[in-house]
Design a binder for this molecule. Structure first.
Ligand code: TYM
Length: 334
């Protein structure tokens, strides 16, 4: 029997991914690649919505690929590619746009958040149509599951709605995908503002743990994480959001249960606890940073992985797109 399929994507917006990207998504990518037919992409076209500098975008895309490899994504066990290398993403993206209602797209919370920050006049149309391109990414590969963090839930719902709408209008074409969202780690919070998600667009970078940052910088950020009043190391996301966030990070990286960590720190203070979290994070990330820098030294190797990935991805994507074109009545080129 063939394995169920997964697809996911990540933006190359920054030089480094952050801990939320890893715990919410990439860690699951690594786990699922053994048991699933996995497609993972760096979504450079999505990153264009934030108008990146061309040189930085090119560099960040390669850094993203190197980081994924260093974090354990294995091209022997999955198809790893860059979104813009497979033109069918844009082609199906347009069809998804034609299928989406204006009101429906206007209700996407990420779009509303961005417009409320910078205003309608300064926001590109790409931010508005972003979820339709994401739907195309997923549907092209007939994915069963999509491993993502909590903040992508609404986009997956839209993808499901669009697939269902297409299938009922034009006949069964797309598999209806499901989000694969963990209970623990799907939302990692900012260390300085533990009620907001960890994000590269936060006002201050002090609450952001970057995978490629130096061990010293990350230790400092964790040791100065905002904690709560009281002394007890106990998981309580309402009363103790800061400590709970650190407990989640500790637990997911060490593979230990939250309860056993709580027991270890009974009678000890927050200072000891933060020191231990810093050690777990820094030791986990140390080899990842080294490996990423090593991989970035061999651009030809990265290019050869991406070439194979694009070819494998395009084979699947072209088949889905041809089927879609036919069903919606476009005349075949001949
Ligand atoms: P992006 O690049 O913003 O984030 C990549 C992944 O990281 C997750 N994530 C988090 N998880 C837990 N805690 C956090 N603080 C946190 N911040 C980010 C995200 O949920 C995501 O899974 N739209 C997507 C990229 C995309 C995509 C796709 C994903 C494009 N096409 C197709 C899946 C399938 C995005 O902007 O992710």
């Amino acid at each position: 029997m063939s394995q169920p399929r997964v697809l996911s994507g990540i933006q190359p917006t920054n030089g480094s991914f952050h801990l939320g990207n890893y715990l919410g998504a990439v860690k699951q990518w690594v786990d699922l690649q053994e048991s699933h037919d996995a497609f993972y992409c760096v979504v450079d076209l999505h990153a264009l919505t934030s108008s990146p500098d061309p040189k930085e975008l090119r560099q960040n895309t390669l850094t993203s690929i190197a980081q994924l490899l260093a974090l354990g994504v294995d091209p022997e066990h999955c198809t790893l590619f860059v979104q813009s290398h497979v033109p069918q993403h844009n082609q199906l993206g347009w069809i998804m746009e034609c299928l989406t209602g204006f009101g429906e797209a206007s209700r996407m919370t990420q779009f509303k958040d961005k417009t409320s920050k910078v205003g309608n006049d300064r926001i590109g149309v790409g931010v508005f149509t972003y979820p339709m391109l994401m739907a195309a990414d997923i549907l092209l590969y007939q994915a069963d599951q999509v491993p993502v963090g909590e903040d992508q839930r609404q986009h997956i719902e839209l993808t499901r709605d669009l697939a269902t709408r297409f299938n009922s209008t034009y006949g069964n074409t797309f598999r209806i995908p499901e989000g694969y969202i963990m209970k623990e780690g799907a939302k990692i919070y900012d260390l300085q503002e533990p009620t907001s998600k960890m994000s590269k667009s936060a006002d201050s970078l002090n609450g952001l743990i970057e995978i490629l940052d130096t061990p010293e910088a990350n230790t400092k950020k964790i040791k100065s994480a905002v904690t709560d009043t009281g002394r007890e190391v106990k998981f309580d996301s309402v009363e103790k959001p800061g400590i709970s966030n650190l407990l989640t990070i500790f637990s997911t990286l060490s593979g230990r249960t939250v309860a056993s960590i709580e027991t270890d720190f009974e009678g000890k203070g927050y200072g000891d606890f933060k020191g231990a979290v810093a050690e777990v994070v820094v030791e986990y990330l140390r080899p990842v940073r080294t490996k990423t820098l090593e991989l970035l030294d061999d651009k030809a190797h990265l290019a050869s992985i991406l070439k194979v990935g694009a070819e494998k991805a395009e084979e699947v994507a072209a088949k889905t797109l041809a089927d879609v074109y036919e069903r919606i009545g476009l005349v075949a080129r001949g």
